[in-house]
Design a protein around this ligand. Structure first.
Ligand SMILES: Nc1ncnc2c1ncn2[C@@H]1O[C@H](COP(=O)(O)OP(=O)(O)OP(=O)(O)O)[C@@H](O)[C@H]1O
Ligand SMILES: [Mg+2]
Length: 230
């Protein structure tokens, strides 16, 4: 098992109830999981706990054999090897596409960094756009830059918070299938959060339904002929 999440509990300081209660989930390497749930059900909080942006009250997170969190351990976000794509992509507006992608590669040698950048630009089909700024790109292109930036340091786990919510219907479907192709090609283990059942069915191997911070059900996504869609 590649990612092990056991009994996470988290309560915001001002709240009377836990936002996340006994959340457990196991992922295999290369698996894509969709977390579905209504607004306020705790989806973003789960991602924030995994990324290390919040500290759980209790629970355990292990990724690729490395303990990230338990009663005694807390590995900080920058040391977790996790890539995150936010709903609004959170690109650095004053940096070109190239520099946005290079951001996570600061510790690499110059030549290696350039090679990785080109690999990523090719992967997301943006080789001709590397000198542009985010405001000069379409929503779909910005999404691909955010994906390239998250993938560039070869994270062991990728997290997406509502990655399609800023895209209109037809673009959403196109980007969704591109994303799936890239995730499968790079064998990325990923978790993405969505309101949208259709997103989950199209992209994920399994879906996790969350209600008020509690897992209600976990189901495998099957195609009509019984084969996984992926
Ligand atoms: N900083 C905060 N302080 C206090 N309560 C918070 C904070 N952030 C979120 N919450 C509460 O925690 C619960 C879970 O919030 P969370 O953002 O995880 O929901 P979500 O499922 O991502 O919702 P959405 O689909 O609207 O993005 C909600 O009840 C929310 O009001
Ligand atoms: Mg949210």
């Amino acid at each position: 098992m590649f990612v092990q999440i056991e009994n996470l509990v988290y309560q915001y300081g001002s709240a009377s109830q836990p936002a996340i209660n006994n959340f457990s989930l196991h992922l295999n390497q290369g698996e894509i999981i969709a977390i579905l749930g209504e607004s306020g059900s705790g989806k973003s909080t789960i991602l924030r706990l995994l990324a290390g942006l919040e500290t759980p009250k209790s629970g355990v997170i292990v990724i690729n054999g490395q303990k990230m969190v338990d009663g005694h351990t807390f590995i900080p976000p920058e040391k977790r090897g996790i890539g995150m794509v936010f709903q609004d992509y959170a690109l650095f507006p004053h940096m070109t596409v190239e520099n946005n992608i290079k951001f996570g590669l600061r510790h690499m040698k110059r030549k290696q960094k350039q090679e990785r950048l080109n690999e990523m630009l090719e992967l997301v089909n943006l080789l001709d756009y590397k000198k542009r700024y985010p405001y000069e790109l379409s929503g779909g292109q910005q999404q691909r830059v955010a994906l390239a930036r998250a993938l560039a340091p070869a994270p062991s786990l990728l997290l997406f918070d509502e990655p399609f919510s800023n895209l209109d219907g037809s673009l959403q479907m196109k980007i969704r299938s591109e994303l799936k192709e890239i995730l499968k090609q790079t064998k990325s283990t990923s978790i993405f959060v969505t309101h949208d059942q259709a997103d989950a069915a199209a992209l994920a191997d399994r879906t996790v339904l969350v209600e008020k911070g509690v897992v209600k059900s976990i189901s495998k996504v099957e195609s009509p002929n019984g084969y996984s869609l992926i």
